[in-house]
Write a protein that binds this ligand. Structure first.
Ligand SMILES: [Zn+2]
Length: 185
């Protein structure tokens, strides 16, 4: 935390400290981009949905003036996008790590975490990715997926772990730097 505070003249507010108001024009993140928000009222809760249209993040909401309701609609959409995207990234990371890992593809769980991007338990075969990764560039999410997958072989951050990481993803340090500096959890 301290390193980027001294490096930049301003502090990027960690995502978990943000208080979104869900007002028109407010910037929301998705896959490394910032989209101004548009709230469009709908009459039926069954029509609650989210879309990216013409550079805007559009929430179709049956409770347009209710920030908590809008947050829930957006969160559900984030979760569905993350589920499809992250599963593909874990599969790709497993394929990439084939020289090292011969175990089955881990079960993937996506949940919001306050202090870590991911976790992987080689004993249970459960890999967890932070839902917040849906807001960061895909290259950074792929880095987290590769890192966690490698824990199936190397549970700790020892020299062997980092040697393998360098081989599998030569630019992982740059990807981690972007994540830490621009997208603090
Ligand atoms: Zn780790």
């Amino acid at each position: 935390m301290k390193s980027y505070q001294t490096k930049f003249p301003y502090r990027i507010v960690p995502e978990h400290e943000k208080k979104y108001q869900f007002t028109t024009g407010e910037l929301h993140k998705y896959r490394g981009h910032y989209y101004p928000l548009v709230i469009k009222p709908v009459t039926d809760a069954a029509c609650d949905s989210v879309e990216i249209a013409q550079g805007h993040l559009v929430i179709h909401s049956s409770k347009p003036k209710n920030p908590a309701a809008n947050a829930a609609i957006l969160d559900e959409w984030y979760y569905h996008q993350a589920k499809a995207l992250f599963a593909g990234m874990v599969a790709k990371a497993m394929l990439n790590a084939r020289p090292y890992i011969r175990t089955a593809v881990p079960r993937l769980k996506i949940k919001r975490m306050l202090d870590q991007w991911g976790a992987c338990n080689p004993r249970t075969g459960l890999l967890i990715l932070n839902l917040e990764l849906i807001k960061v560039p895909d290259a950074c999410t792929a880095f987290v997926a590769q890192h966690e997958v490698l824990h199936l072989k190397y549970p700790s951050h020892n020299t062997a772990f980092f040697t393998a990481m360098k081989t599998l993803m030569p630019d992982w340090v740059e990807r981690e730097k972007i994540l830490k500096e621009y997208y603090p959890v």
